[in-house]
Design a protein around this ligand. Sequence first.
Ligand code: HAM
Length: 422
Amino acid sequence: MYKAPRGTSDILPPEQAYWKYIEEKAALLCQLYGYQPLNTPIFEDFQLFARTVSGGTDIVDKEMYVFEDRSGQKLALRAEGTAPVCRAYLQHGLFNLPQPVRLYYIGPTFRYERPQAGRYRQHHQFGCEALGDSDPVLDAEVIDIARRFLLSLGLSEFSIQLNSIGCRLCQPSYIEALKRHYTGYVASLCPDCKTRLIRNPLRLLDCKKASCQKIAETAPKISDYLCDDCQAHFHDVQQYLEALDIPFQLNYRLVRGLDYYTRTVFEIQSRTEGGQTAVVGGGRYDGLIEQLGGKPTPAVGFASGIERIILNLKEGKISPPGLVKPIAFIAYLGQEAKTQAVKLASQLRSAQLPVTLATGDRSLKSQLRQANSLGSNYTIIIGEREVKTQAVILRNMITNKQETFPVTEVAGALRQSQHLTL
Ligand code: HAM
């Protein structure tokens, strides 16, 4: 028996209500803020991620799904959404439009991680990106969207963690200070942090091992190394967040797992137990588009993992509105009745009434059982007598009462079904 690959899942019909709920809220919110939808392919040139997310990060070093196509081109499944959006921005000359260009996406993302609750090899992200403008008001805007997204779904138990990690000018002197600090503790570092010290020192601050966290506690703070421009930018971001009444916590150890960030970084962490805590991650990436061959172009954005949101909804006992169920199931007895049922189903669908047709030649009891399991409120029953009299029996599946209607009146009766006294 084949199974879905480890770390991936099938989204079965009962789960679909969550997805529809979340995707609709996301789309509505993006409309409200003027973000337009963009779809990018699920695979890209490997170098797109290798250059921007960068070597020295787990995503590029350990987690990408990389393959060669038949022409020998090295490709990678989408490991995150931001670099593809920037590639599309450059490829389609979106920099010629009035800036900033505000875009959003919803789609699958692939990372070869160790699967556990809230951590999968295929997950889906809803992300927003505002490209072409360094105004700190945009940093506050994307945080505002992310927060409103969670609130609109009914989630409120979360905290917004905020930091600035500086720019190309001020970050190097901080990294030097960080290296000096950690060099004094090399012997006590975990094997990963020993590598980070050489390849990606900022990530040292993010290590979850207790012994490394202790060393991080006394590490120099980035806030003491920000240049004047970065300090002013960070100050303004906070000021706009305050103006919007958005509570946040400064977290000088927040660095994020992708290398393209500059200045603002943020995460929204869920306070509920279980699964992974980060439900949103984002920040500013003013150097990324230039790295891809464009002109220096500031940008900021975030992405949220839909599976993690669903875990949080379930934990908070928040049920999405149900998917549309068939209003009626059409059962029949005998071949002639079956032909009538096929015709009636077609007529009702033309009248925009969702109905499901029975199949095969099962007993009425078995057909009614199927109607119940589909959750339809009514069953239309056509037997030999009904074929002759051009009528149908309409059965209320909750009260089990039934009444005979002329076939021409069924659509009207169903449309009025909330007023039916059956
Ligand atoms: P990220 O933090 O790597 O950032 O991922 C964003 C969100 O995707 C996370 O906060 C989490 O909710 C979800 N997520 C990540 N990995 C997994 C996984 N293995 N299983 C389930 N959910 C996961 C980015 O990808 C950036 N591109 C975000 C961004 C957009 N920054 C600026 N613009």
